[in-house]
Design a protein around this ligand. Structure first.
Ligand SMILES: NC(=O)c1ccc[n+]([C@@H]2O[C@H](COP(=O)([O-])OP(=O)(O)OC[C@H]3O[C@@H](n4cnc5c(N)ncnc54)[C@H](OP(=O)(O)O)[C@@H]3O)[C@@H](O)[C@H]2O)c1
Length: 323
């Protein structure tokens, strides 16, 4: 597995890193919106984590809200087999307002970090993210939230500070004030405002680490769906119309065929180019790929790097597609 320096953290992480949102299991938020994943199996998840460690996938990403702690708790069961100090472990806070009225109330963050440490069975998080950039009216909660994260760092509970959002321009807006070590933006070949928002320029100028999330848009971009997908209750993918749009799915299958032809002979002619297209212009960047089982870990581990020209070809292939 290729590794890279995660920007100013100085830590070497795998170019393909592990996203554990699917460990949530089915779940809905207090507003009744599906925010989990069906099809999860704890034993397969544990086997996948062990396989990832063996394959050199050494950066694992979770969050307090993934299954209301279920994802963190599953990771916490692996330390008997995987040395804790061989994993760069990240979690997040920010999508559950709790009883304090805002996601980033300092008392809530304090409560949440303690809960995450307990769920994960660790003394310290390597990376702790603010999960989104909504800091309330006039950013009222911003300064206190950052102050608390720095305090947690001083206390040794958190090593590095991260900032995330689905919208790259929202990260750009507060990036200087938060001064994160790592950012986590949404990026894939079907949705790519990382460059146009100015975030790439800011990252490069400040030597910040990057972890691109949903790099194959929850599996959709693999072009593996022959027919509109059905998901059970509590599955986040119910919110994504493209999974049920026959025309989009047909176009994704065509793109998949084009990748298979162009990259025939590569171990992963579809997954590899989809991920390589995101990594080639990001020297301090990795992708966070959701991995359900050891077979998917093996596929990720077999991905070969892409040249800059090949990555441009892939981006051009998907340029007419917005999913
Ligand atoms: N900061 C944020 O706001 C935020 C938001 C979203 C995600 N994230 C992070 O980013 C991670 C990844 O994003 P994501 O989970 O949305 O989706 P993703 O990585 O784009 O897609 C992952 C899904 O694709 C399928 N897949 C993966 N490898 C495959 C293979 N070799 N063959 C066939 N199918 C394969 C699996 O689902 P199936 O097997 O069910 O198809 C897997 O769960 C998350 O786990 C989380 O850590 C962060």
């Amino acid at each position: 597995m290729r590794t890279l320096r995660l920007g100013k953290t100085g830590v070497e992480v795998s170019a393909i890193s592990y996203g554990t949102w699917p460990f949530s299991g089915p779940n809905t938020n207090p507003a009744g919106v599906p925010v989990g994943w069906t099809g999860h199996d704890d034993q397969l998840g544990l086997a996948a984590l062990r396989a990832a460690h063996a394959a050199g996938i050494n950066h694992w990403d979770t969050a307090d809200v993934y299954g209301d702690g279920r994802s963190e708790q599953l990771i916490g069961r692996v330390w008997g087999d995987v040395p804790r100090d061989e994993v760069f472990l990240a979690s997040k806070v920010g999508w559950d307002p709790g009883e304090f009225g805002h996601y980033y109330h300092p008392q809530l963050i304090r409560q949440r970090v303690e809960r995450s440490l307990k769920n994960l069975g660790v003394e310290r998080l390597d990376l702790y993210y603010l999960h989104h950039c909504d800091f309330g009216p006039n950013d009222a909660y911003l300064d206190d939230a950052i102050g608390l994260l720095r305090q947690l760092r001083d206390e040794g509970k958190v090593r590095f500070i991260g900032l995330s959002d689905w919208d790259a321009s929202k990260i750009v807006r507060v990036a200087d004030r938060v001064d994160p070590d790592v950012i986590q933006p949404y990026r894939n070949v079907g949705a790519d405002d990382y460059v146009s928002s100015g975030l790439k320029e800011w990252v490069d100028a400040h030597d910040v680490g990057v972890a691109f999330f949903s790099p194959i848009r929850h599996g959709l971009l693999l072009g593996k769906y022959e027919a509109p997908a059905q998901f059970g209750e509590g599955d986040f993918r119910l919110n994504v119309d493209a999974f049920r749009d026959a025309d989009t799915l047909a176009r994704l299958r065509e793109k998949r065929a084009a990748l298979e032809e162009k990259f025939a002979g590569r171990a992963q002619p579809v997954l590899g180019p989809l991920l390589g297209a995101l990594l080639s212009d990001a020297p301090t960047g990795c992708v966070l790929l959701g991995l359900r089982n050891p077979d998917q870990v093996a596929a990720a581990a077999a991905v070969e790097p892409l040249s800059y020209d090949e990555a441009s070809w892939v981006r051009d292939l998907y340029a007419d597609l917005s999913v």
